[in-house]
Design a protein around this ligand. Structure first.
Ligand SMILES: Cc1cc2nc3c(=O)[nH]c(=O)nc-3n(C[C@H](O)[C@H](O)[C@H](O)COP(=O)(O)OP(=O)(O)OC[C@H]3O[C@@H](n4cnc5c(N)ncnc54)[C@H](O)[C@@H]3O)c2cc1C
Length: 456
């Protein structure tokens, strides 16, 4: 039986971040992974999808190059070429991560692990015991009752990232982040795309104004969507998949992407047997990610917090530091930056207007239209920066942005929210001209009562 300070089950964003930080703090660590180090984010999530989105951006740039006075001709997507570009990015990062884990003296074990006691995980007949155990087994793509994933006509994101052709038409079931990103990719690649979303808006967790702007932009791009009607059934034929909604309308496409959310990977790996408290498969933890069993911790998509890679990193680091005796501050989940990397991007941090009102704030809103921003004009992008603020003291409670590349503006937005800045604090800072970041500066200038390039 091998003994360690820390046994980590799952080598995705949450698990490997915990391993790296714990070994930095002098702990002996074993990291157990059944598939590939890096998990969903690196191999099936964040990285490959962003490479596909970038290929789509290049395709759109070549289609629309004459808008910028450049003559090119868009011929077609070369999917083997796109996939080799995407796989190359993933492979380089995977190699780098493997080197990093090795260089930090983390013991890496490949195989399917099972929790057999509160401090032991069994893999390939070997037992690994730790003073502490961190569960980081992540999540899987969900489907709906009666909707069987066949991997060819009815697929999930796991299949969509490996497509070797551009489907003529696609129905995307689910207008959340993953659904909107794939809708954006396929439209750029040349497919006919229809999104079906049961809620009244696309990216429904975002501020309503951001959802509406994304819907406007998608409509302009020719991405179709049906909102507020629920899925009823899907039938397959030689020509494709026909989806029927509860209101009786039907849609047919070559491929149906099911993007209705992700569920925790927590069944049949010993969690129930050890008495770990769970809710609908999610492991319940306190604000330091500790379960009801004192030496067992859980991080990432396995717990009911935001399913984002950077949240997994932060939770992994939090656990390593708590175990290491550093008494870190709990994570403020309201201050986590969120991005949908479609064209246009949707980015936010802090509270939506609706949430701020629910919390009892006397809310002031400020919308800065990107039309007034020089760089946005150069890029020919439309969108806005919206601020939600507390009328009583000018504190910025939420920042909501739509437009090309606005995800990059979150670096500043999250400092503003998390450092509890007031509009006047940000208005005093000089933003480089001409950058998109000026729109953040201009919005705060306007909120502080001294608008510069703003009409009205
Ligand atoms: C299409 C898509 C796009 C995304 N885009 C983004 C994005 O742009 N930005 C962002 O922040 N997030 C994005 N995400 C979410 C992000 O990928 C996840 O939040 C993140 O990967 C969660 O990390 P994790 O460590 O909790 O789980 P995972 O990354 O899923 O890792 C869990 C690991 O545990 C392993 N495992 C499971 N059970 C066992 C077992 N019994 N034994 C051994 N190993 C096991 C699995 O093989 C897996 O490698 C995206 C997700 C998807 C699906």
């Amino acid at each position: 039986m091998a003994q360690f300070d820390l046994v980590i089950l799952g080598g995705g964003s949450g698990g490997y971040a915990c391993a790296l930080r714990a070994s930095q703090l002098g702990q002996s660590v074993v990291l157990i992974e059944q598939d590939k180090l890096g998990g969903t984010c690196l191999h099936r999530g964040c990285i490959p999808t962003k490479a596909l989105l970038h290929a789509g951006e290049v395709a759109d740039s070549s289609r629309h190059s004459s808008d910028f006075g450049v003559t090119t001709e868009f011929k077609s997507m070369d999917m083997p070429g796109v996939n080799s570009y995407k796989d190359g990015v993933v492979a380089r990062l995977h190699k780098g991560l493997q080197g990093l884990v090795k260089s930090r003296n983390v013991t890496y074990v490949e195989g399917h692990g099972r929790l057999i006691s509160p401090n032991t995980v069994e893999v390939n007949g070997e037992q690994y015991t730790g003073k502490n155990v961190v569960l980081a087994t992540g999540s899987y793509p969900r489907t709906l009752p009666g909707l069987e994933i066949d991997g060819v006509q009815i697929i999930t994101s796991e299949h969509a990232i490996h497509m070797d052709r551009v489907p003529a038409s696609v129905i995307v079931l689910g207008g959340g982040v993953i659904g909107c990103e794939f809708a954006s990719v396929w439209k750029s690649f040349g497919s006919e795309v229809t999104i079906i979303e049961g809620l009244p808006h696309l990216v429904a967790l975002e501020d309503e104004s951001s959802s509406k702007q994304l819907e406007r932009a998608f409509r302009k791009r020719g991405i179709n969507f049906e909102l507020g009607t629920r899925f009823a059934s899907a039938t397959k034929s030689a020509d494709g998949v026909t989806v029927t909604l509860e209101n009786g309308s039907t849609f047919t496409a070559e491929v149906l992407l099911v993007a209705v959310g992700r569920g925790p990977v927590s069944a049949n790996i010993g969690y129930e047997e050890q008495g770990i408290a769970m809710d609908r498969g999610y492991i319940l933890v306190d604000d330091k990610c500790r379960t009801n069993i004192p030496n067992i911790w859980a991080v990432g998509d396995l717990i009911p917090t935001l399913q984002l890679a950077h949240v997994g990193f932060a939770e992994g680091i939090l656990v390593a530091e708590e175990i290491g005796g550093l008494n870190p501050r709990p994570i403020n989940y309201d201050g986590v930056p969120r991005v949908t990397y479609s064209e246009p991007e949707v980015a936010s941090v802090g509270f939506t207007t609706a949430r701020a009102k629910e919390l009892g704030f006397d809310v002031v809103e400020l919308n800065y239209d990107l039309a007034g921003n020089g760089k946005a004009q150069i890029l020919k992008t439309a969108g806005s920066v919206k601020l939600v603020s507390d009328k009583s003291n000018g504190r910025v409670l939420g920042i909501h942005m739509v437009g090309a590349r606005v995800g990059e503006l979150l670096a500043e937005a999250q400092l503003i929210f998390n450092w509890e800045a007031e509009a006047s604090d940000v208005a005093a800072l000089i933003h480089a001209h001409p950058t998109l970041s000026e729109a953040v500066g201009e919005a705060h200038l306007a909120l502080a009562g001294k608008p510069l390039h703003a009409h009205g």
